[in-house]
Design a protein around this ligand. Structure first.
Ligand code: TRP
Length: 331
């Protein structure tokens, strides 16, 4: 069975776009592949979080992914820093990663521009750690978005370079993977495109948002002055809200408002009220599970322990073989 690895940023709560996109990808992959999903807390150190923030974020992310359907029995769900073997592979791969290629990475150049006061070596070698995350399980499939393509290309480069140096074919090539063609796109509330947190808090509805916050965000969503001709094409801001309704509401509700729009009788206030209530209903089970899991420390501990055990068993095997290949042999 093919192996899948994906790292989850340890900052950032899940919004509806993540839930109906990446998370559904993961939930499906865990049925079909040998999956390793981890919270990338080593990576997060590049931004120097306080100990309390680091810990709180890791817990929050673990809780939300469990609530959203990741199954620790099916997938190996773990916290990156609990598997120190990955740091050792990172060290080895760093010996054959070159300054020039690391400096050319787009994500690094972006950071140099956006945070010139904190251009640390961890940022420079971020793609090497990511390669280690993947190669340590000899994974071939990595469910990530377009923005990670270049990192994956670097992972292939580092793996192939190791293979060439030691004249073997130890590491397979990892490639980006997604069921994307079948996934729904979730627009944001600002009418400008995808739901995302970089677009500002109000653009995204989070799984952990309380009911009142969801209502407020939806009621504030951008609309226009309304249709002036029967059956006219919907402008993007309106189409986006209809797309959201298609995901969370019943087909009857959708058709009802679509007809009102087409007859020029739609009242956006009513439309958004309905959208908000249906969004609240659709996310209620996850909100409940978040609260349940959050307060169940014993369960969280068990999940983390199980993940660590499974991940370390596999990672330790790789490290043992890699040390042997490199020439670290017992005397
Ligand atoms: N760089 C990824 C992101 O920003 C997170 C990540 C770290 C990752 N290590 C990984 C993703 C390994 C896939 C595989 O989203």
């Amino acid at each position: 069975m093919e192996t899948v690895v994906s790292g989850i940023r340890s900052t950032g709560k899940l919004h509806l776009g993540n839930y109906y996109g990446a998370v559904q990808n993961f939930v499906r992959m865990q049925q079909e592949y040998n999956c390793f999903f981890f919270i990338a807390d080593y990576h997060s150190l590049t931004t120097h979080p306080t100990p309390d923030n680091l810990h709180g974020n890791v817990k929050q992310v673990l809780v939300e992914y469990l609530a959203a359907g990741l199954d620790p029995e099916k997938a190996t769900l773990y916290i990156q820093s609990e598997v120190p073997e990955v740091a050792e592979l990172y060290l080895f791969l760093n010996m054959n990663a070159y300054l020039g290629e690391l400096e050319r990475s787009t994500s690094f150049k972006d950071k140099v521009r956006s945070q010139p006061e904190n251009v640390n070596a961890g940022l420079l070698t971020y793609p090497v750690l990511m390669a280690a995350d993947i190669l340590i399980y000899k994974a071939t499939k990595v469910p990530v978005g377009k923005d990670q393509e270049q990192h994956l290309e670097m992972a292939r480069t580092f793996g192939n370079r190791f293979n060439r140096l030691y004249q073997n074919d130890y590491f397979p090539e990892p490639y980006a993977f997604s069921y994307a063609k079948q996934l729904v796109k979730i627009p944001g509330l600002d009418g400008k495109g995808k739901m995302g947190k970089s677009e500002g808090e109000a653009n995204a509805v989070y799984l952990a948002d309380d009911v009142e916050t969801i209502r407020k965000k939806v009621m504030r969503a951008v609309t226009d002055s309304g249709p002036s001709q029967a059956n006219q094409e919907k402008p993007e801001v309106i189409q986006n809200l209809f797309d959201l309704m298609k995901v969370v509401s019943s087909p009857d509700t959708y058709t009802h408002f679509d007809e009102l729009y087409n007859n020029c009788q739609i009242r956006y206030g009513d439309f958004k009220k309905q959208l908000a209530e249906d969004m609240i209903l659709a996310t209620a089970p996850i909100r409940e599970r978040i609260q349940e899991i959050e307060s169940d420390t014993a369960y969280l501990k068990k999940v983390a322990q199980l993940g660590t055990e499974k991940a370390r068993a596999s990672a330790a095997r790789t490290i043992k073989e890699v040390r042997e290949i490199i020439g670290f042999r017992s005397l």
